[in-house]
Design a protein around this ligand. Structure first.
Ligand code: SAH
Length: 385
């Protein structure tokens, strides 16, 4: 088996469970291997650290799939897929979550009888056919939709692509999550169609919404607002900048018999929060679930200023007893950074906060313990006391 040999001291992260080898950590490649092939990962004394797939076009040159000496044949992928699926239950969930399921580069979401897949790396893209066959053999989906229309494929030397790659997809899809109905357009919606990672947080926040005035900022298709509505909130405002997302949120409200209950605003949440604060408006529950403000380490300071601004304004609109659910989905913003940011915002807003609950991604997006990048969604449910 061809091997990549690491520079001295570059083995520690892998020994601690991380799955990536960066280009700058490699001394050499022994043997013949082309991009996409399986290679062994060895430390500078050539001790075996695992086996992964190679792509020299990518800064992440090898992604480790196993710490054992096993072949990456059909049976290997089948074992991995069966194990990933056995870890989940229900009929709508993330079935395979890349490194968290020891299948780097592969995402599979199950929406009832349909599967949505993303092939994010060259190695996994080359194995697309065998993965599709296994998925069909195990789950008999009525349709498999590929959503490899993600910019990060460029870093792997791959074009963006999407489409129905097996079976038939007719019109929109409806799913039920925690008793709430959502309409999905599996070919056009963001990512794979639904933010499954927030599923448990909808319920955690909704618990505090009965009889309350709720403001859901960065609402997308209305997730938090719809759950708040079902939980019997007194008033609900939903703020989202994309008009197509607002249109879908309205459809979802109708599906859940919440038409008229939720006030939808197609607006910039920064402006709405600024105005609300200036106008001394008050809410009992505010949700802040913005898109990632930074994709790089270099922009963390700017991103924190953005998070600080919205959190400060939200806190100012919360009376004693009010709740803030605040999130960051950037893996560069650690839980500690998020906490420090909120501590500063609370000090500026002159509010004392109680941590009701730490929030994170749903368990079908498993965290690989030795790999901080896999823990990307951080949130806190806080109460003003
Ligand atoms: N809370 C949502 C997911 C939010 S994703 C859910 O649970 O499904 C972030 C959303 O913020 C996207 O829909 C994006 O269109 C929207 N967005 C981005 N910038 C915004 C802004 N300045 N004001 C309001 N919405 C914004």
């Amino acid at each position: 088996m061809p091997s990549i040999i690491l520079k001295p001291n570059k083995e520690h992260r892998l020994i601690a469970g991380h799955a990536w080898v960066y280009a700058g950590e490699i001394v050499k490649l022994t043997g013949d291997a082309v991009d996409g092939d399986a290679v062994d990962i060895r430390d500078h004394k050539e001790r075996f650290l695992g086996r992964g797939l190679l792509n020299r076009k990518s800064q992440i040159t090898v992604r480790r799939f196993t710490t054992q000496k096993e072949e990456f044949d059909r049976m290997f992928f089948k074992r991995r897929i069966v194990a990933a699926n056995a870890y989940r239950s229900g009929d709508t969930y993330r079935m395979i979550c890349s490194e968290g399921d020891q299948l780097p580069g592969l995402i599979v979401d199950r929406f009832g009888d349909k599967l949505v897949v993303q092939f994010l790396t060259l190695g996994i893209d080359q194995r697309k056919m065998v993965i599709l066959e296994i998925l069909q053999e195990l789950f008999y989906p009525t349709a498999i939709i590929e959503r490899s229309d993600v910019p990060s494929r460029k870093l792997e030397g791959l074009p963006e692509t999407k489409g129905v790659i097996a079976g038939k997809l007719e019109g929109k899809t409806q799913i039920t999550v925690g008793g709430v109905k959502f309409e999905l357009d599996l070919l056009e919606d963001q990512k794979t169609g639904f933010f499954l990672d927030q599923a448990e947080n909808y319920t955690a926040v909704a618990k505090h919404c009965a009889g309350k005035r709720v403001l859901d900022c960065f609402s997308y298709h209305g997730g938090f607002a719809l759950f708040a509505g079902k939980a019997g909130a007194k008033t609900i405002e939903s703020v989202e900048i994309s008009d197509s997302a607002v249109a879908r949120a309205r459809v979802n409200a109708e599906l859940n018999e919440l038409t008229g209950k939720i006030e939808f605003q197609c607006a910039n949440a920064f402006d709405v929060l600024k105005k609300g604060d200036a106008g001394k408006r008050q809410f009992d529950v505010i949700i802040l679930d913005p898109p990632t403000f930074t994709r790089t380490k270099q922009n963390v300071a700017d991103a924190l200023r953005g998070y600080n601004e919205i959190n400060l304004r939200a806190l100012k609109m919360l009376p004693v007893g009010g709740m803030l659910a605040t999130f960051s989905c950037s893996h560069h913003i650690t839980a500690d950074l998020l906490k420090d940011m909120v501590v500063n915002a609370a000090a500026d807003a002159r509010k004392t906060l109680r941590l009701v609950k730490m929030l994170t991604q749903a368990p079908d997006h498993p965290v690989l313990l030795g790999m901080p990048e896999t823990e990307y969604l951080k949130g806190m449910l806080l109460q003003v006391i």
